[in-house]
Every structure is written in C-alpha cells, then in structure tokens.
Design a protein around this ligand. Sequence first.
Ligand SMILES: [Zn+2]
Length: 457
Amino acid sequence: MARTASVPSPSRLWIRNPLAVFTANGLEAGGGLVVSEGKIAELVPAGGQPSAPCDETFDAGRHVLLPGLVNTHHHFYQTLTRAWGPVANAPLFPWLQNLYPVWARLTPESLELAVEVALAELLLSGCTTAADHHYLFPAGLQDAIDVEAAVVRRMGMRATLTRGSMTLGEDEGGLPPRSTVQDPETILADSERLIRQYHEPGEGAVIQIALAPCSPFSVTKEIMAESAALAEKHDVRLHTHLAETLDEEDFCREMFGLRTVDYLESVGWLGSRTWLGHGIHFDDGEIARLGAAGTAVAHCPTSNMRLGSGTARVLELEAAGVPVGLGVDGSASNDASNMVLEARQALYLQRLRYGADVPVERALGWATRGSAAVLGRADIGQLAPGLQADVAMFTLDELRFSGSHDPVAALLLCGADRADRVMVGGTWRVVDGAIPGLDVAGLAAKHTAAARKLIAG
Ligand SMILES: [Zn+2]
C-alpha cells in the first residue's frame, strides 16, 4: 500500500494574492491568508500585508482559494461496484437487492482498497473532510471501521466514520439478506468500542465517530432508539438515510404505520444531533418540524438523479432552519467521488427546481460551511482566523476555463473537477494535482482486481 508523504508546513506561510477567494462567510481575503500551526492565523485584505513576518510565501496568483470541501454522505466500499451492468438503470430498491449479495462478500483487503480509492478521489477534488456510512459487517469484516480509520490517517484527511448497522433481514420484512444483518447487542457493543477508541470530540479532530442505523427498511425501531440513547450518552452524532424514495415512504406506512418524519420522531431522532442522507420527500409541515428541531440534511444530487429518486427541496429546508450540506453518496449510485462536481450538480438541480437565480456561491456554501454544520463542526468549512487550515486551491489553466471571466463562478460553470493544491491542517496533501507518495496506477490496478473478484464471487 502506498504511503502518503507529507510536506511539513513552515511556522508562518502566506498563501499570497490569489486569483480569487471564496471564504464562505463574507470575510474579505483578497490578499490571501496566513497559515500557522495548522490553523488560519489571519486573512489578508486585497493589497495588504500580513500583520507579522512570514517564513515562507506561496504565490497563489493562478489559484482560486476555497475552504476545503466537506462531504457529508458516502459509502466508500461502493467504489468496488461502480457502473455494474445489472443495476446501471435500476431505481433504489432493486438496485439494493441486486447489490446486497455482492457486498456481503467484502473483505478487509477489498475494503481497504475501496476506502483508499474513495479518499484519494475526494482529496484530488478538493475535499478535506469526508463522512462515510458503513453498514456492512459480514463474517471476517467486523473491523471495517478500524480499516477505514487507518486509511484516513494515512491519507492525512479528516473523517466522520459512522458505525452503520442493519438488523431487519428479509425474513422479518426488511430488504437486506440475513447474512448482512447483525444482532443489536453486537452493534451497540461495537459502537461503544469505536467511540471510545477513535472519537475525537474537540477542535481539529481527525476522526469522529457517529452512529448510523442504515435506513427504515433495513433496521428495527429498537436499534434506532438504542442508538439514539448511546449517541446521547457519548455526545456523538446520528446519521441515517431518510425520505430518499417514495418506496421508502410506502414501506414506513406499511411497516410502522407512520410517515418518515413521524417515524424519526417516534425513535427519538428528531433533533440537532441527527443528519439525514437525501431528505427528498418531505411535505411542508415536515420541513417545518425538521427546521425547528435543527435536524440536518445531506443533499446528494447526483445519486438522486442517477436513481431517479427525486429532488430535495433545499431552499425551503434552509429557510426552515435545516442545515444543508452536500454528499457524493456511495460510489455505486453516482458513480464518482468528486466533491467539486457535486457542488455543480447541486447548483443545477436546485436551479431546475427554483430558477436560475440560485447563486454559484450558495452551492459552494453547501459544499463547505453548510456541510461542516451538518457534521456538527465549527472548526472547518470556512476561511476565517482561528479555523483549521483546510484549503482547496484550483487553477483555471485547462481548456475548459479559457474565456471565463469570474474565477469563482468558472469553477462550477466550466466544470472544475480537480484541485491543484489541497491543504489539511496546514499540511499540503495535494501538490500539482497529485497526492505526494501515492501510486495511483498501482492503486487502481489492485482496486480493479478486487472489484472483479467481488463481482465474480
Ligand atoms: Zn447513501
């Protein structure tokens, strides 16, 4: 496995005079920003100088600066089943039912490769923090989250790793096969172990743990309620899929006699500790209730379009007080892990719903500050003094940008797909469009072989 070399940051680095900056908070930083000890020490106004001498400067005259992008919903393991023919044109339920038996064959080795591919892809697209929802723990893969944590650390990114779970097998009216579900005692004991072992509660955290029963159609109400109690005990966040498709809404009505938000409330999840993957099929009253509770939504536009699931009512959710961020979702329903392209998709999907005056900056805001709020983090997602020095820098040198005028708008409108430089906590993790020390061709060869083996069975 390739190791990611890190280049230590100097004690004061001035990223000087960028082509353009989006700070995600209205603060002005036309002269760039100063990084010290892993944090943003100060923003420099246009034409200004840092308040104290700097040991090093990086001339950012070709670069558009953004806060490091934050991905709020993913299933890293799914990079192994991208664009698989049998489900290339399927909606959610048959898509899942065809894939569950394949995923049940995951091994620690194939998962490790999948996580490394997903994180490398995200990092190269300007993402510095990623949430992953992992809910498959077949025999031999009980340490899945431990495998993920090791790769996150090696890549030098930040992650919220969610301990997912499935308890409602086909034989009990659920969707997943019995071989992929676990008993509640095992799930809760492992959840507590992972929180104690990995969860960093404070500022600058590299790894956080959240609890994430998979979806209404794959878990019992008991594990939802027990997970909520455990999350409260340890002050960690809660995550699940909700209101993704109308099939799911029908399932909730038939199985529990409730609509999705009533179901959420009935298991103690309607609160500010919770973020929901998708959040599409809510009525006006449900949006108001989610907003009042401060429950957050991870908007996953590409996945929603790919599976034909529907369009989240993002502007109305935000107006009601719901924090909204973006997620690329699992790489078998996207089928990419590219955060900057996801911001473009979000912009266009929401313009289809609300009209062309949804600003580019609003979509960039969902991908940065909004996503950070969804993960419950105030230390990332913006460029501001005192926050973590997580920065994504894009050049406009490719042909697709030729003739563009507004550099920030050009990122989304011309379709930027790759960062030139990415910094996480003051350390460069992408340099000249590449991850130092990562053998991409070697990784892809091993990952492809693992993907073929998984499908072959
Ligand atoms: Zn998902």
